[in-house]
Write a protein that binds this ligand. Sequence first.
Ligand code: ZN
Length: 284
Amino acid sequence: MQRCASSRAVAGATEAYAVDRSCGECRCAYPSDRPRFHVVRWAQVSTYKDQGVVLKTMRLGEADRIVTLLTPGHGKVRAVAKGVRKTKSRFGARLEPTNNLSLMCWQGRELDIVTQVEVLDYFRGVRENLDRLEQALVALEAVDQIAQERHSNPAMHRMLVGALRVLNERDSVMTVTAFLWKLLALDGSMPVLDECARCSSKDTLVAFDILQGGLLCSGCRSGVPVSPGAVALLRMVLGGRLATALEEPASEVTKELSTLATRTMEAHIERRLRTPSGFQRGLG
Ligand SMILES: [Zn+2]
């Protein structure tokens, strides 16, 4: 983070500004001999184009909204959408949770400002089906908790759009369960699944404890008991057979793995997810 002459922190201040000790925003010590050069440099660093899935929105004042998005290039972004709650707003309907957008933003110090929006995917099949929407909201909330602001993460964006596409097309009880497990793995918490996470025994694995690193044998058991069916399904999800796992019909095993995914995610983010109760009910 560069600081300008008046010590206001300026995200993305260019070297030119740093040298001249001016930030282009408060225009302190603005060098009068080279104004055009500085204006151009500032314009280049302060706007950006990216895609983004809307994770949530929040009211701001009378007419504005703060939109939280997951972008591939800038990670989690929080941006102000001005005037969106007025009836004539061009943006309003486009900035709803689950939409995948193409957007242009002006980069601010804490909050960015959305300047242009086009919808790439509406996911109508999710938005118009309460069960699917409820499942999608679990995925969005988990991403909101895990994604880091302004840290590019194309894999996470790709995974989220992929899960929303599957959810949009069909009822699969495994979509969001599998997404939560993949998200944990992407975030560095890939559980040990092929041997006991504690003693490396290849015996039958009977329990799951994320604090121990994954599945456990009967001698080391802690955490929650898991059925052989859940073990097999989890290996499918994280072992490269996702398409097969998504075909799994609703059963006690899918319900078990869904509950385990939620509990493990909650342990990982160290807080409760707000939306999982309905999500698990829907899998019963
Ligand atoms: Zn063991």
